[in-house]
Design a protein around this ligand. Structure first.
Ligand SMILES: [Zn+2]
Length: 92
């Protein structure tokens, strides 16, 4: 078996199918264990550093996007001034 679950193919199963025969207690214990694991991961410096890195990348990306939009607007202005049928620049 490649994964725990034949329905969602996630390991551990994310859809609940894999736990369908688990008793309530066993299921709750499993959920608690998963939560515990998630908390540990979130509290780790690696996770926090990764989060900070992604925020930084997103901010950089947004700057690039707005610069790109500015460039596009400038190009659009130039396109309006240029007449491709005559190959000449229109006077403003
Ligand atoms: Zn599943």
């Amino acid at each position: 078996m490649l994964s725990d679950c034949e329905k969602c193919w996630d390991t551990p199963c994310g859809c609940g199918w894999y736990y369908r025969y688990h008793s309530d207690e066993k299921f709750k214990a499993l959920v608690d264990k998963l939560d515990e694991g998630r908390k540990k991961i979130r509290a780790s410096p690696e996770f926090k550093a990764e989060g900070a890195r992604r925020m930084r990348e997103k901010a950089e990306w947004q700057v690039r996007q707005s610069k790109w939009a500015e460039e596009q607007a400038k190009m659009e202005e130039l396109r309006k001034l240029y007449d491709p049928t005559t190959g000449k620049w229109r006077k403003k």
